[in-house]
Design a protein. Structure first.
Length: 428
């Protein structure tokens, strides 16, 4: 089915939307973050995973209610522009685009790092690998949303299978022969907060799955289901992974490759190789989800008159916004080349808190403006929205601001974009 106004095809079904959301959340972090959190909290890290899941769940519920009132492409940009006006919408659109370009750029760098385990010359061929990595996914998504959706579905399953195998093997060791893990004294509140920030960011990225709603079969009905199902799946996976890492490795859980060590102890050297392959698949699947979703942001901006018209060009043959896909691919490729993993993660982290808070505030505003419009209504939604805003503010106090200049430049570019739109309207 093709939408009459945009030329896009509604090809994303309910379960494909669930897969896309899971794929947008679970990237490479699950293969390294458990060790970092275990170093901070020890055995308590399992509870931290659950608490962080509840915290991000508050924000996801706000997104679910707001998103259930829209059926067009755009995600956070569309919601904020519709509720708070063009200026806020453009700023959200730019910060959203920055956050979700830097995150896959970070993952692309990790792909090269993991690939070096099998091909020692991978780092020396970084330029070529990144070009092929991003370019192939761009081509797949230009050829059609159905192809992009199928790739996302396949990679979602492919990335979860090795994780589940490691969890099952590690669970046997954890239950019958748990390793000792000693922590020196009580854990300070600041340490807990630092760990929570890491975990909340690990759960982020779900919002990119909301961008291509102009190509979902029944977006208003399916969005709440997809977000709740993906949240449940991600909490379960993260908690089980953290549990087996702590249980199998004990004091050795602080390694930067915890799942590989769990697999090595539980399944031998072949298990460690399986995890390395799983990491490569996970990273590529994550990139496939971003390449499917994020180009629809600039498409939506152009559709709303907030970017030049060519960004909304749709291929007559493939029914995809081909120029927006190409520009997004080049942006990810460029950030991956100029920055390393940590640089891009920080850049993504400081960008997303702003639009998380704006969408939570949009729930309150929409309940006042159109109280019966939400297809998915959250009990106590206004209270949850306030809690979500407070969570964003608390997280913002812990973020490393070393990349704040780039965020400031992005906001400045958004303001110039807004001024350009206003000037063009005045001339019209």
């Amino acid at each position: 089915m093709t939408t009459s106004q945009t030329g896009l095809v509604r090809a994303i079904g309910r379960w494909s939307l669930v897969a896309l959301t899971v794929n947008s959340v679970i990237g490479s972090g699950v293969f390294g973050l458990p060790g970092t959190v275990a170093a901070l909290l020890g055995k308590q890290s399992v509870f931290a995973v659950l608490i962080a899941g509840a915290a991000i769940g508050v924000i996801m519920l706000c997104f679910a209610e707001v998103a259930s009132q829209f059926s067009e492409a755009g995600g956070p940009y569309l919601y904020s522009r519709s509720v708070f006006g063009r200026l806020v919408g453009i700023v959200v659109g730019w910060t959203f685009y920055l956050a979700q370009s830097a995150a896959p750029a970070a993952n692309a760098n990790l792909f090269v790092i993991y690939l070096a385990e099998f091909w020692p010359g991978a780092k020396a061929s970084r330029f070529l690998i990144l070009t092929i990595l991003v370019g192939l996914l761009a081509l797949i998504n230009i050829l059609g949303v159905r192809q992009g959706t199928r790739v996302s579905n396949v990679f979602t399953i492919a990335k979860l299978l090795p994780l589940l195998m490691v969890v099952l093997a590690g669970a046997a060791v954890t239950i019958f022969r748990p390793a000792p893990l000693n922590m020196a004294g009580p854990i300070a509140g600041s340490v807990w907060l630092k760990a929570m920030v890491l975990l909340v960011f690990a759960y982020g990225g779900f919002e990119t799955a909301l961008v291509p709603m102009g190509e979902a079969k029944n977006p208003r009905r399916d969005v709440g289901f997809a977000l709740l199902m993906s949240l449940t799946a991600c909490i379960a996976i993260y908690a089980l992974v953290q549990w087996v890492v702590v249980g199998v490795l004990g004091n050795g859980a602080t390694t930067d490759r915890p799942l590989a060590e769990v697999a090595r102890l539980a399944m031998g050297s072949r298990g460690a190789a399986l995890v390395a392959v799983g990491a490569l698949v996970s990273v590529y699947g994550y990139l496939s989800a971003k390449l499917l979703s994020m180009p629809r942001t600039t498409f939506a901006l152009a559709e709303g008159g907030d970017l030049p018209g060519p960004f909304a060009w749709v291929s007559h043959r493939f029914h995809t916004p081909w120029l927006s896909i190409l520009i997004y691919a080049v942006t990810v490729w460029g950030l991956a080349l100029v920055g390393n993993f940590a640089w891009n993660v920080t850049l993504s982290a400081i960008s997303r808190l702003f639009y998380y808070g704006v969408v939570c505030a949009a729930l309150i505003a929409l309940r006042r403006k159109q109280p019966g419009a939400a297809r998915f209504r959250v009990p106590g939604g206004s209270v949850l929205a306030v809690v979500g805003i407070l969570i964003c503010l608390v997280m913002a106090t812990q973020v490393d601001r070393s990349q704040s200049r780039i965020l400031a430049v992005t906001v400045a570019a958004a303001l110039l974009n807004w001024a350009w739109v206003r000037r063009r309207q005045a001339k019209a």
